[in-house]
Design a protein around this ligand. Structure first.
Ligand code: NDP
Length: 434
């Protein structure tokens, strides 16, 4: 905090981890003696660069590009790129720090990193986005590689952006390698990668629900966001018999008490992925309520899946959810719950799956994409989905192993943090003072 006093999001992410690791560290003092935590919070490397680009009218814009190479103890740096005006070092360091523990939980050999830019892809033409991506990659290319650092998508970086970034990398390097994940299936991408984070979050929630003899069948589910993660979380919930009643974007939320069915979800996918429209248009089309500038947490639900962005559930909203009878929260987004909200969920003893466990499915399938690229083959949809499902089950088991308290309550926050930490810490110690 004294070194970087204004990095609030980063402090928040570290505080949550330190809080839940403290007992474990006191019982295992070798980690304290080796100052593993102090080492882990310091990124191995931070790259910051200028990204100049010209819009369709020929006006020149300058954005900032970043890559945080956080930890490579168990594999090449791995983590997404975010394009959003709020991007700064604090946000990327929090995401990179979470990513280290998350990647470890997947049991695949991936270190942690994160990057992106304060560029806003909203209201930009395809050719503007392409020129930006090409400029961004022109600098980033020298820092990444299939054995060094393998970026993927995140907020504002989907299939279109990964395509432009990959095209530019290939042009600069004259090589076709798995340097990025989230690629199109026709050019090295993995089946199920677009679905992976959303599906994985629902698989994780399903595992949690089973511990109390529950399932998604006939449950009312509130989801926030309407991007990649939210769309596929909704798809899987519908498939498992749940009723999705909300979705949102940064302008507001929709509430559809009859539930978003397959046909309505197709409308949303087209609206968001092709027309890049606003969720309000769903309310207009289907005649349901639109909660202007509001998040969906006032709506009564059994299960909540925050899938938009960080700090989107505060303490008060957590209280409302629990009072309204919510029995489970699984975080599709990264750190969507504030510390107050996390404390409220844990104190209320509801099922609470933190992002680094619940949304690890995306990076897990990215890891599987890397494997397929190295082996030069492509697994079927079913094969990848089965592997994803079993990875999410393993992560759940790991959380239960490290997070079960003496009264039987599973503290998934603690479980995920300890489960993710041990492998990275042991590897760092084995590799000497690095
Ligand atoms: P998308 O860009 O596809 O969608 C993001 C969604 O969240 C949009 O609906 C967006 O609305 C909304 N949103 C973004 N910023 C804000 C904000 N400040 N306030 C309210 N709503 C906001 O991103 P993803 O679906 O890929 O990512 C969503 C979350 O999931 C992020 O936290 C990301 O880090 C996390 N995640 C993503 C993974 C992936 O594989 N994609 C993997 C693991 C975690 P609008 O269109 O108005 O901006």
């Amino acid at each position: 905090k004294t070194k970087d006093p204004l990095q609030y999001e980063f402090h928040q992410a570290v505080e949550e981890v330190v809080e839940s690791l403290s007992d474990f560290l006191l019982k295992n003092p070798r980690y304290l003696h080796s100052k593993i935590l102090e080492r882990m919070v310091e990124p191995e490397r931070i790259i910051q660069f200028r990204v100049p680009w010209a819009d369709d009218q020929g006006n020149i814009h300058i954005n900032r590009g970043y890559r945080i190479e956080m930890n490579s103890a168990i594999g090449p740096y791995k983590g997404g790129l975010r394009f959003h005006p709020t991007v700064n070092q604090s946000i990327l360091k929090f995401l990179a720090f979470e990513q280290v523990l998350k990647n470890s939980l997947t049991s695949l050999p991936m270190g942690g990193g994160k990057g992106g830019s304060d560029f806003d892809p909203k209201n930009k033409s395809d050719s503007e986005v392409m020129r930006f991506c090409q400029s961004f990659m022109t600098e980033l290319a020298r820092h990444i590689g299939q054995y060094t650092d393998v970026p993927a998508g995140d907020i504002g970086v989907g299939g279109r952006e990964i395509g432009y970034l990959f095209g530019q990398y290939k042009r600069l390097r004259n090589e076709f390698t798995g340097v990025l994940t989230g690629k199109g299936v026709e050019w090295g991408g993995s089946l199920i990668r677009p679905e992976a984070t959303g599906y994985g979050t629902v698989y994780f929630a399903k595992e949690m629900l089973e511990t109390i003899g529950e399932s998604f069948e006939n449950k009312v589910v509130a989801i926030s966001g309407s991007g990649n993660v939210a769309q596929f979380a909704a798809e899987k919930v519908i498939e498992l018999g749940g009723k999705v009643v909300t979705l949102s974007d940064s302008s507001g939320s929709i509430y559809d008490p009859d539930g978003i069915d397959r046909k309505k979800l197709d409308f949303i996918m087209e609206l968001k992925n092709i027309h890049r429209g606003r969720i309000r248009e769903y309310a207009d089309k289907f005649g349901v309520s639109y909660l202007d500038k509001q998040r969906p947490w006032s709506i009564k639900c059994d299960i909540a899946l925050p899938c938009a962005t960080e700090n989107e559930i505060n303490g008060e909203e957590a209280k409302t959810l629990v009072e309204n009878g919510c029995i489970a929260v699984a975080e599709g987004a990264n750190m969507p719950s504030t510390m107050d909200a996390v404390h409220h969920f844990l104190n209320s003893k509801i099922l609470f799956g933190p992002g680094k466990a619940a949304n690890a499915g995306g990076v897990a399938v990215s890891g599987l994409e890397m494997t397929q690229n190295s082996m030069r083959l492509a697994w079927s949809r079913e094969e990848v989905d089965n592997k994803l499902h079993s990875i999410m089950k393993n992560i759940h088991q790991m959380c239960v192993k490290y997070g079960t308290e003496s009264n039987g309550f599973v503290n998934y926050v603690k479980g995920a943090n300890i489960g993710g930490f041990v492998k990275v810490a042991n590897s760092m110690m084995a590799q000497g003072l690095v």
